[in-house]
Design a protein around this ligand. Sequence first.
Ligand SMILES: Nc1ncnc2c1ncn2[C@@H]1O[C@H](COP(=O)(O)OP(=O)(O)OP(=O)(O)O)[C@@H](O)[C@H]1O
Ligand SMILES: [Mg+2]
Length: 308
Amino acid sequence: MIRFEGVTKTFGTLRAVDDVSLAVEPGTLCALLGPSGSGKSTLLRLVNRLVEPDAGRVLVGGEDIAGLPRVELRRRIGYVIQSIGLFPHWSVRRNIATVPRLIGWPRARIRVRTDELMELVGLDPGQHGARYPDELSGGQQQRVGVARALAADPDVLLMDEPFGAVDPPTRRGLQESLIAIQRRTGKTVLFVTHDVEEAIRLAGTIAVLAHGKLLQLGPPAEILRRPASEEVANFFGGPLLGLHLLQATMIADRADFTDTQEGEPLDAAAPLETALARMISERALRLPVIDRASGRRGVIALTDMVAR
Ligand SMILES: Nc1ncnc2c1ncn2[C@@H]1O[C@H](COP(=O)(O)OP(=O)(O)OP(=O)(O)O)[C@@H](O)[C@H]1O
Ligand SMILES: [Mg+2]
C-alpha cells in the first residue's frame, strides 16, 4: 500500500532520509521508530508530498505519487500531525468535517459521518460535538485529530506521534482505540513514535531509523530476538531488551493448554509481561489462562517466560 524505493531527502548538507526502501502491506500498521531527528516525520511527510524526495520514489497503492496531483493524493490519505493541529475557532464537529466539507459532501452525510466517527474514537457527539478544542483535554483533542484524519475514509493513515502529549493510562486507552479502529476498518497505518513500548504494542512491523537510515525492519518480536546491530539493541534498552520481549510475546504463545488450574484466569491474548507482573505480586509460579475466543483453558508458568 505504501512503498519507499531508495528514497533520499537532504536539507542543505543533512541527509534527513538516506536511501530508505520500505514497504507497508495493506491493512497493517508499521511503526517508524527512532530517536529525535532520525528522519521519522520527514519520511512520513514524503507520503503526502509535504516533502519531495531528492532521489528515489514513493508509491501509494502501487502508483508513483510524483505523478499524482497533491490534492487528490491527500484526499486518499489521513494525516494526524505531531502537534494535533486542530483549528481553534472551529467546533469539534467542524474540525472532523474539514475534508468532507472541502470535497463537497452534502450536509446530512457529513452530520452522520461526524457522529459515527466521534463514537468510533470514544467521544460523545452530544456532549463534545459543539465544543471548541480548548474546551477539551489533551487526550480528547488527540481523539478529534484521529477522527478528522479518518473523516473521508482514506485507505492510508499517517500518524505522527499522535498520542505524545498524554498521561500513560490515557495513552494506553488511545492506543487500544487505535488497535480496534485499525482492526475494524482495515486501514494501512504508518505511525511515528520514539516510544519503544508504544511501537511494540501497536505495530505489526517496526522500522527502526537512525540518522535518516533504516537500520532494521521486521515484526517486534523478531527485532527483539535478533537486533541487527548494537545500535538497534541499545535503542531497545540494551541489557533490558529481554523485558521488551515479554511485551512482544503473547501468553497464548507460551501457555500449556493441556493443563488447567483453579483461580482467576489471565487473558491469553495479553502479553507475557502481564503474567509475570501477576506472578510477582501474587508470589505464584503458575497461573491459570483462558483463551476468550475459543474458551480453551490452560496454565502459564514462570519458566514459560523464557521458552516453551
Ligand atoms: N524543513 C526542514 N529544513 C531543514 N532541516 C529539516 C527540515 N525538516 C527536518 N529537518 C531536519 O531533518 C532531520 C530529521 O527531522 P525529522 O523531523 O524527520 O526528525 P524526527 O525523527 O521526526 O524527530 P522528532 O522525534 O524530534 O520529531 C532533523 O535533523 C531536522 O532538523
Ligand atoms: Mg518528528
